[in-house]
Design a protein around this ligand. Sequence first.
Ligand SMILES: Nc1ncnc2c1ncn2[C@@H]1O[C@H](COP(=O)(O)OP(=O)(O)OP(=O)(O)O)[C@@H](O)[C@H]1O
Ligand SMILES: CC(C)(CO)[C@@H](O)C(=O)NCCC(=O)O
Length: 311
Amino acid sequence: MSINISPYMKFERPEWAMLRDSVPMTLTQDELASLQGINENLSLDEVIDIYLPLSRLINYYISANISRQLVLSKFLGKSQKTPYIIGIAGSVAVGKSTTARVMQALLTRWPEHRKVALVTTDGFLYPNKVLQERGIMNKKGFPQSYDTKKLLQFVSDIKSGKPKVLAPVYSHLEYDIIPDESIVIDNPDIVILEGLNVLQGTVNYSQQENRVFVSDYVDFSIYVDADIDLLHHWYVNRFLKFRAGAFSDPTSYFHNYSKLSEDEAMKVANTIWKEINERNLMENVLPTRERANLILSKGEEHRVNCVYLRK
Ligand SMILES: Nc1ncnc2c1ncn2[C@@H]1O[C@H](COP(=O)(O)OP(=O)(O)OP(=O)(O)O)[C@@H](O)[C@H]1O
Ligand SMILES: CC(C)(CO)[C@@H](O)C(=O)NCCC(=O)O
């Protein structure tokens, strides 16, 4: 007899898709079409079968959280409102930012019309200048390439209900932090925090310091998962897309690659994947998967085949 000790309930795609049924779909065809503006390759079946049930589930959790805050407000005798933080983790190129933007659109459009802010932890990478000084330019995305203290301060400020919190900005095209630019997180109901490292702990913590995790501040976490060969393929495709898009833009980091032939560019992308992103995945990202409340397991064409939900 085998003992099932997994903390997750497993749903095959059709089973999961049925879970949106008890609530009528609140999106019109037009709204669904506008969601495709997020990503031209996003299929509407994916939104309906996977992301609608997910937003329904999260909506329930948020309502329960609001009730819990009311209890605390009664107990303390003062109003207690803090944003609900949803974390989205997973490999480079798995589709975290696409998932985050779809969830933002769906949670905003839900009848409660909650205000949903989106933040990527890319903004908390050290600028290239610092990475170069430290000799870790080829470790971008690894735990040591992030200003984790700044990120922890950021999530802590959000969670303490501070009305306006600033998030720094990273540009994929410039391949660097944009100096003096930030986005203002202004009193949201929900914050979606997306990045490789949202389920990771602090680095270089000393014994005197308490061990704090970004995920301590996250109310619901999602890990987007896919086989390594698919991730590799998606990474190379996106690299080639960036390269094509950056052709005419001499300020873009990818402009350098535009001089290479397609074959040579593919070789560069393969090397960056193997040497940096795949290593980071195996050493630092994948080991955090089982900390997530929910795992979206993707196959070919970014199609979610199966969903795991923590019991
Ligand atoms: N649901 C989807 N359907 C089709 N294509 C998708 C989907 N999600 C992501 N993609 C494609 O996969 C690639 C990676 O997606 P995305 O940029 O969202 O990944 P990411 O995990 O945020 O990456 P990074 O960690 O580098 O920021 C992109 O080319 C994107 O167009
Ligand atoms: C910015 C990160 C770390 C995460 O989004 C990633 O997209 C990245 O740039 N990794 C470094 C190696 C590379 O892909 O160029």
